[in-house]
Design a protein around this ligand. Structure first.
Ligand code: APR
Length: 244
């Protein structure tokens, strides 16, 4: 990539494609094992506050299944490569790195990355509708277990549903404003506001790079797109950036 020496601050956005080779289905595109469906419901129809109001059992069962499914999956070479970048990049003074993930799995952390922001929430915490506390959570929620903090049977998945505001947007835009490079990995560019980060980056004059299996809805916005499976293109890019 051109002008690599001038890069100091990096913002990386990841999506479901980075976890696909760990065996976690994507929502759209090549590795979507379900054709976008779960028990004949469109994911968009399960992941909404309205769906939770109408049929909480259905929604809680859906997330119980996904929460159970991620726990026997392992981080892959792409997660490990970003963890290496996370360790090595910010070691030098004046350099910053932030991994913003839309994923609700914990594979970035289990791969060893530390500077990870979950803008769509995460499976392994539960959020209490009564006391507002978030608690670590690995088991099911459908049986309405009590909140560890207040005891109310009011726990919901700590997941940002369609129509809800993603977490920590101020921090993300603050990091983008300081960045010299924005990299998008394994995301279809179909869901906003994350899909709009590349446009914001272009407006800010930031270099933009996309690493994805196939061209995405956002590809035209990037200075450069490299196509291939994340386990190949991400480690290759990290090697290039860190000089081997
Ligand atoms: N390597 C790299 N990219 C891959 C791989 C792979 N092995 N497999 C699939 N992809 C790409 C697909 O081609 C697709 O462009 O990853 C992208 C996955 O897109 P989505 O399934 O739409 O996932 P994402 O962009 O993360 O979805 C955004 O939508 O349903 C909501 O909240 C959910 O966070 C999610 C959001």
């Amino acid at each position: 990539m051109a002008a690599m020496d001038s890069i100091r601050n990096i913002v990386i956005l990841t999506g479901a494609g980075i976890s696909a080779e760990s065996g976690i289905d994507t929502f759209r595109g090549a590795n979507d094992g379900r054709g976008g469906l779960w028990e004949n419901h469109r994911v968009e129809d399960v992941a909404t506050p309205g769906a939770y109001e109408r049929d909480p059992d259905l929604v809680l069962r859906f997330y119980d299944m996904r929460r159970a499914a991620i726990q026997d999956k392992q981080p892959n070479a792409a997660h490990h490569a970003l963890a290496r970048l996370d360790r090595e990049w910010a070691r030098e003074p004046g350099r910053e790195l932030l991994i913003v993930t839309q994923n609700v799995d914990d594979l970035h952390q289990r791969g060893g990355a530390r500077r990870v922001l979950h803008m769509h929430g995460q499976h392994l915490t539960a959020w209490c509708g009564a006391c507002d506390m978030r608690s670590p959570w690995t088991g099911p929620l459908a049986q309405r277990p009590p909140c560890p903090a207040c005891g109310a049977a009011a726990l919901r998945p700590d997941i940002v549903w369609f129509g809800e505001m993603p977490y920590r947007m101020d921090e993300i835009y603050a990091a983008l404003r300081k960045a010299d490079l924005f990299v998008s990995i394994g995301t279809s560019g179909a869901v906003y506001p994350a899909a709009g980060f590349v446009r914001s980056a272009r407006e800010l004059g930031i270099r933009t790079l996309e690493l994805n299996l196939e061209r995405s809805q956002g590809s035209d916005w990037f200075h450069e797109t490299r196509l291939g499976p994340a386990t190949q293109v991400v480690p290759a890019w990290v090697d290039e950036l860190l000089g081997g």
